[in-house]
Design a protein around this ligand. Structure first.
Ligand SMILES: Cc1ncc(COP(=O)(O)O)c(C=O)c1O
Length: 415
């Protein structure tokens, strides 16, 4: 990769084989990043190298097993750098964010007493709601919901602070909304939760593709994201503070030695996926071509540059959509911090039909439905929800102005 370039997108696009796919006479424009991003060749190479040359179970004395241990350690260290975790031992891998969250919730549930309170939000993906709601059923916990400010995808932070009390044990909140892009004031919310003596679980799945994640600055006791939304394979990644890993009663097998991440992880992991997840983080860190600084420093440089470029491109996208008379956008108020994901509907057209037409006519991929942010989508877009949901378009590192123009033209052509 060279260091002279116009945009990050121009620099990285040759690395993504999926961008060479042509559909309806145009290279595919992937606006489905909030549902899953494309994968660069070095990540594919790392996965296939693992499977071809090092594939083994971990922890044994023979060569490929030792190589597997080394590869997993390297990926865990990359994930720790990605999160600013104090130690790779605080990094947990699992099938996906949802499964990891159910697993962590189960451990937390075992420490709850009936009447203990858990705060969830009406904006979140249900992967950060329902594992906690399950604890109400299993352990008699009480669930409190942070409401939305009327008709906006914005949390009512005053209402949130009023919900906290001496029985609050956990606050579960998303760093940014996968449906609307809204960035929540998580550091402020975490500080309030800690003052009340509660733990904080952060869903960083949507945010991880757009920001430098820092568990320390956020005040997250636990946090989870998915590698497949950040240019990696289908693997979930979680952070859990060291002292909590010691304290929580994770489900595990009797012969298992509870050491390092093994305090929470169980079974044989998805080695090739984990190797790919680490390679995706290393890819992002190397994107600007600078050999200077730690992995985290280089990653932060890429993410800062990406955020800057995405902001300008997202502005073009939202301005273009707002100018179309038959398009309804579901947006937070102007000036709200936001990641580059926009939700909308087109009058008289079902979201699924819009997505199918954009794919079939323009090679433009957008998602439709409620994206499991079902509570917020039902509240903010009740009519669209009744006929299958809304349309969502999100930017990724490879998004270009030409693609944004093609998306807007495609929508303008649906009348
Ligand atoms: C914000 C958010 N949280 C959680 C999830 C669930 O992630 P996973 O598919 O890894 O379980 C998603 C997936 O779409 C998401 O966007």
């Amino acid at each position: 990769m060279s260091t002279t370039f116009d945009t990050l997108a121009a620099l990285v696009r040759p690395d993504f084989p999926a961008l060479r796919r042509v559909l309806s006479g145009a290279p595919v424009a992937y606006f489905d990043g909030p549902g899953g991003t494309q994968v660069p060749q070095p990540v594919v190479d790392a996965v296939s190298d693992y499977l071809l040359n090092h594939n083994a179970n971990d922890g044994w004395a023979y060569r490929t097993s030792v190589e597997t241990d080394i590869a997993l350690r390297r990926a865990r260290a990359a994930a720790a750098a990605f999160l600013n975790a104090a130690s790779p031992d605080e990094v947990l891998f699992g099938a996906n964010m949802t499964t990891l969250t159910f697993h962590i919730a189960r451990a937390i549930g075992r420490s709850l007493s009936p009447g203990d309170e858990i705060v969830v939000t009406d904006l979140d993906h249900h992967a950060d709601i329902d594992p906690w709601v399950a604890l109400a059923r299993d352990y008699g916990a009480v669930i409190k919901h942070v409401p939305l400010l009327e008709n906006t995808p914005l949390l009512d932070i005053d209402a949130y602070e009023a919900l906290l009390g001496p029985r609050t044990r956990l606050v579960a909140v998303g760093l940014s909304s996968n449906a609307f892009g809204t960035i929540n004031p998580v550091a402020r919310m975490a500080a309030a939760a800690h003052r009340a003596g509660a733990l904080v679980f952060v869903d960083a799945v949507h945010a991880a593709a757009h920001a430098t994640i820092d568990v320390a600055t956020l005040g997250a006791d636990m946090l989870a994201f998915s590698a497949y939304k950040v240019y990696g394979p289908h693997v979930g990644v979680a952070y859990c503070r060291d002292a909590l890993l010691d304290r929580l009663d994770f489900p595990r097998l009797a012969p298992q030695t509870p050491k390092g991440s093994r305090r929470a992880e169980s079974g044989t992991l998805n080695h090739e996926g984990i190797v790919g997840a680490g390679a995706a983080i290393e890819y992002l860190a190397a994107a600007l071509g600078s050999p200077e600084g730690s992995l985290r420093d280089r990653l932060a440089a890429t993410m800062t540059r990406l955020a800057h470029e995405e902001e300008a491109l997202f502005d073009e996208l939202t301005r273009g959509l707002r100018a179309l008379p038959n398009v309804t956008l579901y947006e937070p108020p102007p000036g709200t911090p936001r990641h580059p994901t926009v939700a909308f509907s087109i009058q008289g057209h079902r979201a699924q039909d819009v997505a199918a037409r954009l794919s079939g006519e323009r090679g433009v991929f957008v998602s439709h439905g409620n994206f499991y942010a079902a509570t917020a989508v039902a509240k903010l877009a009740p009519e669209a929800s009744a006929v299958g949901g809304i349309v969502r378009a999100g930017l990724a590192i490879y998004s270009t102005p030409e693609e944004v123009a093609r998306l807007i033209e495609g929508i303008a052509g649906i009348d």
